[in-house]
Design a protein around this ligand. Structure first.
Ligand code: DQA
Length: 147
């Protein structure tokens, strides 16, 4: 089982950006956290971070045929990107959406996600743990699918 973990714009700035919202752990720390969970679960993990919408679309397209599940925190593109939604729909790879913060308790423009429509489930407001829940959710989904 191979999962692709995609992080969108400014998530490479974790540990520096708005620590009161996103905490003081770094992006590298996040990767180590997810890597460990995937190892424990016997899942191969591939990571991708980009600040560019089109690059994220390209990476999702490249996952077609070689990735079993996608965990995605589209960051600010959550609230703007029909292109990322369409890319997820195009490849039909099971996906879960993650947000470190509780987007529903923040500014109104963060309350809507274009990406949710292509995802099995969205985890928000749980910090790093949201990624763990997303990995476990996808694994369970895959196991159910294969009967
Ligand atoms: C975020 C929430 C988004 O609204 C924001 O633009 C981000 C991060 C989160 O993880 O809480 O960059 O996706």
């Amino acid at each position: 089982m191979k999962f692709l973990i995609i992080n969108g714009p400014n998530l490479n700035m974790l540990g520096i950006r708005e620590k009161n919202i996103y905490g003081s752990e770094t992006y590298e720390g996040l990767l180590a956290y997810i890597r460990k969970i995937c190892e424990q679960e016997g899942i191969e993990a591939e990571f991708y971070q980009s600040n560019h919408e089109g690059d994220i679309v390209d990476r999702i397209q490249a996952a077609y045929g070689n990735i079993d599940g996608i965990v995605i925190n589209p960051a600010a593109y959550t609230h703007t990107s029909v292109a990322i939604l369409d890319a997820l729909k195009a490849v039909s790879i099971p996906a879960c959406e993650v947000h470190l913060s509780n987007i529903y308790e923040r500014e109104e423009f963060r309350h809507h996600s274009f990406i949710s429509a292509a995802c099995i489930k969205t985890f928000y407001g749980m910090g790093f743990e949201g990624y763990k829940e997303a990995v476990l959710c996808l694994k369970k989904y895959m196991e159910e699918q294969s009967g």
